[in-house]
Design a protein around this ligand. Structure first.
Ligand SMILES: [Zn+2]
Length: 277
């Protein structure tokens, strides 16, 4: 499932072709994603021009010259494909935009999603604060507002375990199951620790580890972007060097003990019992 670094990578790749591009044609091939795609997206978007895409949590937001915003959420299995051939379509392609770049090149930008948990929406820029998917999103972990004071304010007296707090999108935006395990390994904090038992030093370790892991992953994603323009390139996924996620019974890179896995909050969680206290 794409998390913040993957979504950021998709945004960067889209920026390379979408800025100042004109929307020539929209095809909604299948409208029943997680929520229904509005039919009116077609008429509202065609002939409009895109501005610079950006990310909020796990959402890709692409503003347009007519002051609308195109929102794309990749869900569990969504991916963006950029194709030079406008006739190219394949299984699970649900939404296609044909665009003309400022250099007059034609591209197809295709949303493909086998499990259809993703979503595409278009709304007026002035409604962004009230959009049902965006209004309750927590702090951006790479922004300057992600501080000890912020976490303390948001978790006051809660006994939830730190892993679930890291993944709570209304508190911190963009972190999912994979990066939560990786962040806590880097911070040397056991995922089962209750948040109200964490001291200032622990919280600072978690903040530092979060920024480190996410920034590192974004830079790995960045180097993968050029592959996405290849015929089989799939935007939204790239090979990440993971330390604990999916590594049950493999040796910990720090202490050589075996990585443990456990279900926490219904999700597989991976950690080193020795390194993470
Ligand atoms: Zn270890």
């Amino acid at each position: 499932m794409p998390e913040l670094p993957e979504v950021e990578t998709v945004c960067l790749a889209l920026s390379q072709i979408l800025i100042n591009s004109k929307v020539i044609n929209i095809n909604i091939l299948r409208k029943d994603l997680r929520w229904k795609i509005k039919k009116k997206i077609k008429s509202d978007l065609e002939e409009d021009f895109f501005k610079k895409p950006y990310r909020r949590g796990k959402y890709i937001l692409i503003p347009t010259l007519r002051e609308n915003i195109l929102l794309i959420h990749l869900g569990m299995s969504g991916q963006i494909k950029i194709r030079e051939n406008k006739n190219h379509l394949s299984k699970h392609d649900h939404f296609r935009m044909i665009i003309k770049t400022s250099e007059k090149k034609i591209f197809s930008v295709i949303y493909n999603d086998p499990r259809r948990f993703g979503f595409i929406d278009l709304f007026n820029k002035k409604d962004i604060k009230n959009h049902f998917l965006l209004k309750n999103i927590g702090v951006e972990p790479l922004g300057e507002n992600f501080t000890i004071e912020y976490i303390q304010k948001r978790i006051c007296k809660r006994s939830a375990c730190i892993k679930n707090i890291l993944m709570d999108q209304s508190i911190i935006a963009g972190i999912g199951n994979i990066y939560a395990s990786e962040i806590l390994f880097k911070a040397k904090i056991n995922p089962l620790r209750s948040v109200n038992g964490l001291n200032q030093n622990d919280l600072q370790q978690i903040i530092n580890a979060t920024k480190y892991i996410l920034k590192n992953s974004i830079s790995v994603g960045g180097t993968s972007i050029r592959n996405h323009l290849q015929p089989d390139g799939k935007l939204g996924y790239f090979a990440q060097k993971l330390q604990v996620y999916g590594k049950t019974k493999q040796k910990c890179s720090e202490c050589n003990n075996l990585i443990t896995s456990m279900i926490i909050g219904g999700r597989s969680t991976f950690f080193c019992n020795t390194c993470q206290k």
